[in-house]
Design a protein around this ligand. Sequence first.
Ligand SMILES: [Zn+2]
Length: 72
Amino acid sequence: MPIYEYRCETCNDDFETLVIGSQEVSCPKCGGPVHKLMSCCSFKSAGGDFKTSGGGKSSCGSCSSASCASCH
Ligand SMILES: [Zn+2]
């Protein structure tokens, strides 16, 4: 199931939603336009400060859901 994290461009609310195909996503609070965020794991590893030792993709798998909040 592809779950992506989005941020509202109007109220800056972050939320995660399940996206099927090319379904359009809008803010659940204000209905405004949103843009997709990178997962927090790939964002941190790109910054060079957070490197998983061996197979970072396995830890990123759980990060796309609830445990993602612990990365912030
Ligand atoms: Zn909004």
